[in-house]
Design a protein around this ligand. Structure first.
Ligand SMILES: NC(=O)c1ccc[n+]([C@@H]2O[C@H](COP(=O)([O-])OP(=O)(O)OC[C@H]3O[C@@H](n4cnc5c(N)ncnc54)[C@H](O)[C@@H]3O)[C@@H](O)[C@H]2O)c1
Length: 433
């Protein structure tokens, strides 16, 4: 099929490449010209496992191209995917302006039957909203169907998830749209759930709110473990062996981040408000997470009367390992709080981006883990990058001003820290006195 994907972010780029790989002709339209140039020159704009090879392969086979011009692509496509950002507004509602803008643009060029697919995470009712907007813009209702097809990929495993996901959800109204979507997704051999648009839209929010709740729940149990001398890993192991629960998303830490869980929990709460469904559980998950992500700051403040001019090293800035995405990462909240209190910050992350350098120009960025901790008073591990497990505790002991580690992702061992007389705090696996 001929496919147009609007937006070359994490979701748009992966969607484009996956459909191109299985033999469709894909044009990905991105308004950021720098991204377009970079991608056409086979330079990935995001970090994802195996992305560079696939981009090169699809460009060489000419099954994909990138442009900032919409007209040709829309006029020549059977299916147009909307994969633009839907961030949170200040009040927690979903900012639909990028979707709105895309639909206004598309409206100018639809001249034959085209399926418009909401791939972005959008509130319940958005399929109707898009349909009404197209009609308002003068597009004949015979010329389009609007489908809701939320995306469930995980950053860091995005390509794998697109090709081997658990399910595909298609919310549709017409049989014609259902047939086309079925044909398009059939080669992936993943179970497809066909349903109405409202159900499809709600599934995405339900899924992210449930996973966020699971994380906040295990984090509260971890906090209790530290107080009573229980071990969170053993609790989580036992819990996960119960088939009704599953072992996934039971890893404690300093909270969830990223472009989905924080905004989609707020999104669901704001959808609930409209329909008088207060979602108390999700509200609690959000409030637990807000406290969890600044636990390192609370610990530092209880350790030192004043952290002004103390040097704190952050290991990891991205919201999780395997990605360069820093959106809503706990590290951002920790940096902000520490800077407010006058601390000096060193940072090391294997994927540090220009974005964070621009956001916080006054912190010191290092290319090497060991160098970043020299002469610092405390190390805070914010991301679960594998290499942090190799932090040399003898080096820590010998080279830090004070050997103090707050292990926000439980990467190290309390016993090893104890042996070396290093002050150490984990999330639910104990701490040194
Ligand atoms: N990132 C994830 O892991 C993930 C997973 C599932 C679903 N989602 C959802 O998918 C959507 C996209 O997320 P993302 O992380 O890819 O966002 P992103 O911000 O990385 O990418 C969005 C891209 O769209 C471009 N864009 C915006 N308006 C445009 C327009 N009018 N024309 C052309 N390009 C335009 C932006 O420049 C940007 O490159 C969101 O709704 C998100 O909630 C994200």
């Amino acid at each position: 099929m001929n496919i147009c994907v609007i937006g070359a972010g994490y979701v748009g780029l992966i969607t484009s490449l996956a459909f191109a790989k299985i033999g469709n002709n894909v044009i990905c339209v991105e308004k950021n010209v720098k991204k377009v140039d970079s991608l056409n020159n086979s330079i990935p704009t995001i970090y994802e496992e195996n992305l560079d090879e696939l981009l090169l392969e699809c460009l060489e086979k000419k099954t994909i191209s990138f442009t900032n011009k919409l007209e040709y692509s829309v006029r020549n496509s059977d299916v147009v995917f909307i994969a633009v950002g839907t961030p949170s507004l200040e009040n927690g509602e979903v900012d639909m302006s990028q979707v709105h803008e895309s639909i206004n643009e598309i409206s100018k060029y639809i001249n034959k039957y085209t399926i418009i697919v909401n791939k972005s995470t959008v509130p319940v009712g958005s399929q109707k909203f898009v349909k009404n907007l197209l009609i308002k813009n003068g597009v004949s209702s015979d010329n389009f169907d609007v489908v809701s097809n939320p995306e469930f990929l995980r950053e860091g495993k995005a390509l794998y998830d697109f090709f081997y996901g658990d399910k595909i959800v298609i919310g549709h109204e017409s049989q014609r749209a259902r047939n086309v979507m079925n044909l398009l997704y059939k080669p992936f051999n993943i179970p497809i759930i066909f349903t109405n648009p409202e159900t499809a839209e709600l599934i995405k929010y339900t899924s992210n709110a449930f996973l966020s709740t699971k994380i906040s729940f295990i984090n509260e149990i971890a906090n209790l473990c530290n107080k009573i001398g229980a071990d969170i890993d053993t609790v989580a192991l036992a819990l996960g062996l119960d088939k009704r629960i599953s072992p996934e998303f039971l890893r404690p830490g300093i909270g969830y981040g990223g472009s989905c869980f924080p905004k989609d929990t707020l999104g669901l709460i704001s959808i609930g408000q409209k329909y008088d469904c207060p979602f108390e559980i999700v509200k609690s998950a959000v409030s637990v997470n807000n406290k969890q992500r600044v636990i390192p700051v609370d610990l530092l403040l209880s350790e030192y009367d004043d952290i002004k001019n103390k040097t704190i090293t952050l290991l990891g800035l991205t919201f999780k390992s395997g990605t360069d995405d820093i959106r809503e990462a706990p590290s951002l909240y920790i940096i902000e709080e520490l800077l407010k209190k006058g601390a000096k910050i060193n940072a090391y992350d294997p994927m540090v981006s220009d974005e964070i350098r621009e956001m916080f120009p006054n912190i010191k960025y290092f290319d090497n883990m060991n160098e970043s901790i020299l002469e610092s008073e405390c190390v805070v591990i914010c991301t679960d990058w594998e290499e942090f497990k190799d932090l040399d505790l003898d080096f820590v002991k010998d080279n830090m001003k004070e050997a103090f580690i707050i292990d926000g992702r439980n990467m190290l061992s309390l016993d090893e820290a104890k042996k070396r007389n290093i002050k150490y705090y984990s999330i639910g696996k104990g701490y040194t006195n």
